[in-house]
Write a protein that binds this ligand. Structure first.
Ligand code: GLP
Length: 242
């Protein structure tokens, strides 16, 4: 696991976009694993800008998103599908049929089965992830076991609280979600984690302080990945004991 410390969030975002574009340059039909949340917004900005300048072509790319709240339609402003439409899909030329998203209002069993079939048949070339304050990846919350595959999960009170900032009130935050499991994260050819902001300092410090892989601290699974890079800015880094 490699740690990259950047000057600021802009530089972190630029580095992430470059990594994604590098993978597409080497493999036109690359499979991208994509996150939502505020941390990757800057990366999407650069991907869109570079597409508009003709520097990257998504016409053969496939994408699969990490997770989705249950109960929210794609049109709901807080659904991850809506986020992806706003920040990437409506602005670049990735074909609609190459986009894998979880339908938060569909049958969970069907969504899980569809995701697992895709993940059995395909390997993610680059998986970009954010991190929850409690170290969750996607919506893989702290648990006594690493869930192997895509699954339905109850959100931790801490996660509901953290994500309440995107909703009118905390009670509007869905209580459950469907998330890609740890097996897909472990299988990805490259995993890049972006973290920014004071609230993430504790998790990043813990991630690099010891060698333990612990399901109660989900992001620690990155230590088992073939190629994992953690990108943080100087401000966050300065708030850790690293
Ligand atoms: C949600 C998502 C995660 C994301 C996390 C952090 O819980 N399921 O994938 O990493 O939020 O979001 P942010 O980057 O806004 O702090």
């Amino acid at each position: 696991m490699k740690l990259v410390v950047t000057e600021n969030y802009e530089e972190s975002s630029r580095i992430l976009a470059d990594m994604v574009e590098q993978v597409i340059a080497e493999k036109k039909d690359a499979v991208l694993g994509l996150p939502t949340g505020s941390s990757p917004v800057g990366m999407y900005h650069y991907l869109v800008q570079d597409y508009q300048e003709g520097k990257v072509d998504f016409s053969e790319v496939h994408t699969i998103n990490l997770d989705e709240y249950t109960g929210l339609e794609r049109e709901h402003v807080q659904s991850f599908g809506y986020f992806m439409d706003q920040h990437l899909f409506s602005k670049v030329n990735v074909p609609a049929e190459n986009i894998m998203l979880i339908d938060g209002t569909g049958s969970a069993a069907e969504q899980i089965d569809r995701y697992d079939r895709f993940l059995d048949d395909n390997t993610i070339d680059i998986l970009v992830v954010g991190i929850g304050n409690n170290g969750h990846i996607g919506f893989n919350e702290p648990d006594t076991v690493f869930h192997a595959q895509t699954h339905l999960t109850e959100l931790e009170p801490e996660t509901i609280k953290a994500n309440a900032r995107f909703f009118e009130k905390e009670s509007d935050v869905p209580r459950s979600a469907i998330t890609m499991g740890m097996s897909a994260i472990l299988k990805a050819r490259k995993v890049v984690l972006i973290a920014t902001g004071e609230a993430k300092a504790g998790a990043i410090e813990r991630l690099f302080m010891d060698d333990t892989i612990d399901p109660m601290f989900p992001c620690s699974i990155l230590k088992g990945c073939k190629d994992a890079v953690v990108v943080v800015d100087r401000d966050l880094y300065g708030r850790t004991k690293l």
